[in-house]
Design a protein around this ligand. Sequence first.
Ligand SMILES: C[S@@+](CC[C@H](N)C(=O)[O-])C[C@H]1O[C@@H](n2cnc3c(N)ncnc32)[C@H](O)[C@@H]1O
Length: 309
Amino acid sequence: MSTPSSTPDLPSAGQLPGGFPAGPDGGSGRRGQPFSFVRRGSRLQGRRQQAWERYAGEFVVEVPRTGSDTSVDPDYVFDAAAAFGRSAPLVVEIGSGLGEAVCHAAVEHPEWNFLAVEVYRPGLAQTLLRIGQNHLSNVRVVQANAPEVLATMLAPGSVAELWVFFPDPWHKTRHIKRRLVQDSFAAAAARVLRPGGLWRLATDWSSYAIQMRDVGQGCPGFVNVHGGERAGADSPLTRVWESGVEQMVGGAPVREGRVPVSTGNASEGEGVDTAGGWGPRFEGRALTSFEQKAHKAGRVIFDLTFRRV
Ligand SMILES: C[S@@+](CC[C@H](N)C(=O)[O-])C[C@H]1O[C@@H](n2cnc3c(N)ncnc32)[C@H](O)[C@@H]1O
């Protein structure tokens, strides 16, 4: 696995987000940018508590903190070979939720190492439960804020694939700055991916899909593997704009199509998506309960894949 020592076309590690404050509770993140998550209950019960007690020692990556339990000391660098006891291509899933996708992939690919990054402790406990049920030895989990993991915890060029599936959409205009996938995140993703490495994304929110496409295509470290594909009538975006898929969010109707019902909706329908750039559904992604719900609600899924140049 080649490891570039510098990336002249991208911000250096020193320019990437670092020196993070204590935690997400209502506060601001790096350089005034808010966190992509709000603190949820971290208490474990029943099977999750048992799974934590039984498996945490073996599979949870303990990182030095600078403040909250999701912070990462910027001086800490993850030693994958030591953590897994072997060298193998590393796949990192950001926001792994309940671990459905990462554990499914780990069963399918015993020859790869997987790191699940999640801030939600019960989700990590559920992932541990799956690791145990499937007798997996190729998954590690870390409770950490993803931008910090990408900015400093992972060594440059150390990741073969980076997955971000269904990140929280933060669909209201005033919340968009909380979205995980933005320019600084792309630069940090480019920093950790090896040349030729893949950044895979999926979302069921058209406005976030557009943002992801713009961010990935606008980052000099990436090319869109499916650039220009599925444009016009074939574009999932055109489909959403035509149909105006609706969803109840916080009790209020939000239309994603060309006529926003909620003024808090960030989508702007344009009629026809002439740009395209959407990939086919990533067949390596397990159909998580989250994605199943989206399908049931008739929502359109957008897949994107960028290659590190
Ligand atoms: C909508 S869920 C999707 C979960 C999973 N990827 C799936 O498809 O089922 C988004 C997840 O991202 C996690 N998350 C949000 N911000 C994060 C961050 N900064 N670092 C790590 N995980 C984060 C949330 O806790 C949540 O579990």
